[in-house]
Every structure is written in structure tokens, then in C-alpha cells.
Design a protein around this ligand. Structure first.
Ligand SMILES: Cc1cc2nc3c(=O)[nH]c(=O)nc-3n(C[C@H](O)[C@H](O)[C@H](O)COP(=O)(O)OP(=O)(O)OC[C@H]3O[C@@H](n4cnc5c(N)ncnc54)[C@H](O)[C@@H]3O)c2cc1C
Length: 288
């Protein structure tokens, strides 16, 4: 394991990006993933450990034109209590309500959950169905450069993302929901609380006259990354949510996921859960 040669605690974004630009930096936010992973030897610290916790500009939830902007350092507890999240993205708060314990929620951040890039990360599926994008900042030539990536395209494998080593995830942006917007999240674990997802599902769209448009479906813990359910989405897009449509979508959902067998569940069981829960959630949306 590489020894830490330098500990940095920048006070602002500019300073943090300057440190990142020098290379070989491990970013520390709440540490609830990083510390157990380094202790277990699963990942090694880089020579510089940079604690971003003091950067005030990375905290909190604000309205930014037609978007909700959530700073990367916003904790899971803060998301649960935030009035803007309750008003514009309640499905995210719902997911946070199934997340770990109070102690972990108080320390764990949204940016950490996203960058840890676990296929079972609880905020990822609701954010994907809300069409969230991540904001990445870097300072390649002495001035700050920012780019945005849709969250659905951000993950490249377990623990891997499109973030470059010199970039910091600064915020998540969610378009404000249109009238008629509905969103649901479901997490199944083997215990009712304090459990990693066996599977999770998010569903969203605009409900009008019994039909769903701009349909979004995403699954967690059924592939190497959280994934959009494009076949199930196509099965419901613009159609009345009657029994036939719902069953067709639930079958498409089961057929498009390729989960693995592991200690939490067999692949077969996960596929059945995806089918049954997609059907149940669409039923709820239809009758809401
Ligand atoms: C007991 C326990 C229970 C848990 N339960 C759950 C659960 O129910 N659901 C769930 O989803 N997760 C769970 N977790 C995982 C963890 O708590 C979350 O993923 C948490 O949100 C991580 O945030 P953090 O601030 O602690 O990240 P850290 O551990 O500080 O960082 C995680 C990773 O992200 C990187 N990183 C952090 N912030 C940034 C940034 N702004 N830009 C770029 N890279 C960054 C770090 O370098 C590191 O690689 C649990 C963990 C523990 C220990």
C-alpha cells in the first residue's frame, strides 16, 4: 500500500482543483466508503490525501434556473430534510430513507455515493430516472473548466466512472419536474433496514390521461453499473397503463437485465424480483 505523503484540506474549489492537477490524489469526502475500502486493502491511497470537507461551495441544495443543483458534499441526512428536495425530487429523499444508519447518513455525501460507483448505490437509480447530470470541474490550464455528463452515461464499471483524475465532481443537476411528473423508487434487500440492495428500481414519467410519456426506468444491482431499462421504457412510452401494457413492460424488464448470482440472491431470483416489482410499481403509478 502507498503511504500518504501529504494531507491537504483546501478551503475553496480553486485550491482543490490546483491540487488535483498536480496528480496522484485521493479525494476524501465523508470517508464512509473510502476508509473501509482502504482498510480492507481493496484500494490504496495515492500519495496526496485531499479532504474536500471544508469547501463551502460544494454544500447544499439550490435552485439554478430550471434545475435543482445539489452540491457534491450534501449529506444523505441533508437530502432527507431538504425542502427543495421534498418539493422537486421527493423520490431521491425516499431512496435516502432506505440508506444505511443515521451515523452513515450524517457523514456520507451524494458525491461520494456517485463516485464510489457501486451498482447498488442507493441514490443512483432515482437520480437516473430524474435525468440528473453530474458537473465535473478541473483546472487544466490555470483556469477552471466545467463539463456535464448525464448520470446514466457516467458509470463504466463497478467503482469506475468517466471522471478524469484531475476532475472533481462539484454538483448534481436535476431538471425541475414538469406538471404531471411522477416518480417511484423501490429497494429490495434481505433485511428491512441497513442493507445493500439485492435489486432496486426507479420509474418516472409524465402521467396524463392514464398514459406515461418521457418514461424512465432504471435498475440497480443487476449489472456492473446502474442501468436504464430501455426496453421496458419503450413498452410503456405513450401507452395507457392498462394490465396488458404493464405485463409487457414487466416482461421486458425481466428480459433486459443480466444479474449475477451472489451471496444476496441468485440471478434467477433477481430477474423475478425485477419483473414483479416493475409490475407492482407501474400498477401503483396507474392507480395514483
Ligand atoms: C455501514 C455502511 C452502510 C452503508 N449503507 C449504504 C446504503 O444503504 N446505501 C448506499 O448507497 N451506500 C451505503 N454505504 C456506502 C456509503 O456510505 C455511501 O456510498 C456514501 O454516500 C459515500 O459518501 P462519502 O462522502 O462517505 O464518500 P467517501 O468514502 O469519502 O468517497 C467515496 C469515493 O468517492 C470519491 N469522491 C468522494 N467525493 C468526491 C467528489 N466530490 N469528486 C470526486 N470523487 C469523490 C472518493 O475518492 C472515493 O473514491 C454504506 C457504508 C457503510 C460503511
Amino acid at each position: 500500500m502507498t503511504a500518504i505523503e501529504r494531507y491537504a484540506a483546501p478551503q475553496n474549489l480553486d485550491e482543490a482543483l490546483g491540487i488535483l492537477q498536480q496528480g496522484e490524489v485521493t479525494i476524501l469526502a465523508g470517508g464512509t466508503d473510502l476508509m473501509p475500502q482502504t482498510k480492507a486493502g481493496r484500494i490504496a491511497f495515492k500519495p496526496t490525501l485531499m479532504n474536500i470537507g471544508r469547501i463551502a461551495g460544494l454544500k447544499g441544495v439550490t435552485l439554478d434556473g430550471e434545475h435543482l443543483r445539489i452540491g457534491a458534499l450534501t449529506t444523505i441526512s441533508e437530502l432527507l430534510r431538504d425542502p427543495l428536495i421534498a418539493q422537486h425530487a421527493p423520490v431521491l429523499a425516499e431512496a435516502c430513507d432506505h440508506f444505511a444508519s443515521d451515523q452513515i447518513r450524517n457523514a456520507g455525501t451524494l458525491g461520494g455515493n456517485i463516485n464510489n460507483a457501486s451498482p447498488a448505490g442507493d441514490t443512483l437509480v432515482p437520480l437516473i430516472v430524474l435525468d440528473a447530470e453530474v458537473e465535473l470541474a478541473s483546472k487544466p490550464n490555470g483556469s477552471v473548466a466545467t463539463r456535464r455528463v448525464p448520470l446514466a452515461e457516467f458509470f463504466t464499471g463497478p467503482g469506475r466512472t468517466k471522471r478524469a483524475a484531475n476532475e472533481l465532481l462539484t454538483a448534481v443537476r436535476i431538471p425541475l419536474p414538469k406538471p404531471g411528473h411522477v416518480a417511484r423508487f423501490y429497494k429490495f434487500g434481505t433485511r428491512p433496514a441497513l442493507d445493500i440492495s439485492t435489486i432496486s428500481i426507479g420509474i418516472a414519467g409524465i402521467k396524463r390521461d392514464g398514459a406515461l410519456t418521457e418514461a424512465r426506468i432504471a435498475y440497480g444491482a443487476v449489472a456492473a453499473t446502474p442501468v436504464r431499462g430501455r426496453s421496458a421504457e419503450a413498452a410503456i412510452e405513450g401507452r395507457r397503463l392498462d394490465d396488458d401494457t404493464i405485463e409487457t413492460a414487466a416482461n421486458a424488464a425481466r428480459d433486459e437485465v443480466s444479474p449475477i448470482d451472489d451471496v444476496r440472491a441468485s440471478a434467477w431470483y433477481r430477474k423475478e424480483l425485477i419483473h414483479n416489482m416493475t409490475r407492482r410499481m407501474l400498477d401503483h403509478v396507474a392507480h395514483a
